[in-house]
Design a protein around this ligand. Structure first.
Ligand code: SF4
Ligand code: SF4
Length: 335
């Protein structure tokens, strides 16, 4: 059998990505939830506002991908209409991230041809692991949602957020994903934002644990026919650091109109852009984009400022690994 091929997925300067949080409300209370109501409110963007924002962020010259997120986006009764608006506006791909509960009979109101991927969050290969993080009954609901979506012909991906709480169980995921009929796997690393930053759980993962764990699991799921991507996180000596804030085009939009260029900044009111009366505007003052061009041996400046515990230094005071941009991915796929 052919071997899976590993490659770094370089930042694309030819594509734009819009991560549209259409509400912050959610039926779950995950212990590592990154949503921060103090910063992003508890509102739900009305359909007219979503359409106006999609229109403002579409670019006829550059393929633009949109990911609908929450909170739980299927709690928004107008999600199917928002997906159709994105299609009408020519978005290159449409993805919905969901916790799997699929409210408002979502699967009956949209067809597989209208979304490129339904992306389900699952943080363990069994109820004991997953539900300890995401809440009682969540594993059953999510896997049932995945099976229903696959049966209806939707392309389904799964996101597993690795932390010290569930790293050991990650190797059991590929077999489960194969059984569920999942077509792509995204291994994410815990980011210390929202609740995870407030000390609820001690989720931090360190270089040795991450580097030993992730590539073998990704290789195994690719061998089973499931392309698998994960953030690079720790750069090897000599590898080039690049900040997506400078070399890529990403927009993280929240229902209160804040638009960030870097997801690590979302706990702070330093967003570079905001929607004001439907118009996307640059904000003055000390905003996130002022940090992107700072060059430090630790790599990502925001990681150094916000979650420096993952940086290890050698006896001379140099970082053992520079921290890669959290948006830079590696990928295993079966050639
Ligand atoms: S992590 Fe996602 S599914 Fe969990 S509580 Fe937060 S928004 Fe809801
Ligand atoms: S995570 Fe770091 S490197 Fe990536 S966009 Fe943000 S500041 Fe730049």
């Amino acid at each position: 059998m052919d071997r899976p091929q590993c490659q770094t997925v370089a930042f694309s300067k030819k594509a734009r990505n819009v991560f549209l949080h259409i509400l912050t409300g959610c039926n779950l209370r995950c212990r590592h939830c990154y949503i921060n109501p103090e910063q992003h409110g508890s509102g739900m963007a009305p359909l007219a506002q979503i359409e106006a924002w999609l229109t403002a962020l579409a670019d006829p010259q550059t393929p633009t991908n949109v990911v609908f997120l929450g909170g739980e986006p299927t709690l928004h009764p107008d999600l199917p209409a928002a997906i159709r608006a994105a299609r009408r506006l020519g978005y290159a791909s449409v993805t919905v991230d969901t916790n799997g509960y699929l409210f408002h009979d979502f699967l009956d109101k949209i067809s597989p041809g209208e979304v490129d991927f339904l992306s389900f969050s699952l943080d363990g290969p069994d109820p004991a692991t997953n539900d300890a993080i995401r809440g009682a009954g969540c594993f059953a609901a999510c896997t049932q949602g995945i099976r229903r979506a696959v049966e209806k012909g939707f392309a389904v991906s799964v996101i597993y957020t690795v932390s010290s709480e569930n790293a050991r169980e990650l190797p059991r995921m590929p077999v489960l994903l194969k059984d569920l009929g999942v077509s792509r796997f995204f291994i994410q690393v815990i980011g210390l934002r929202g609740k995870a930053a407030q000390g609820e759980g001690g989720f931090q993962l360190y270089a040795d644990a991450w580097l030993d764990l992730v590539a073998p699991v990704a290789g195994e799921s690719a061998r089973l026919g499931i392309p698998t991507a994960w953030p690079k996180v720790f750069l090897a000596p000599g590898e080039i650091f690049e900040c997506a804030g400078l070399v890529a085009d990403n927009y993280f939009v929240f229902p209160n109109g804040r638009v960030y260029r870097c997801p690590l900044c979302e706990d702070f009111p330093i967003h570079a852009l905001e929607f004001s009366e439907g118009v996307l505007q640059h904000r003055p003052g000390l905003t996130e984009d002022r940090f992107f061009s700072l060059t430090i041996p630790e790599g990502c400046v925001m990681n150094r400022l916000i979650q420096p515990d993952n940086i290890e230094y050698d006896a001379t005071g140099r970082p053992v690994h520079a921290i890669a941009c959290c948006l830079l991915k590696e990928e295993f796929r079966h050639e």
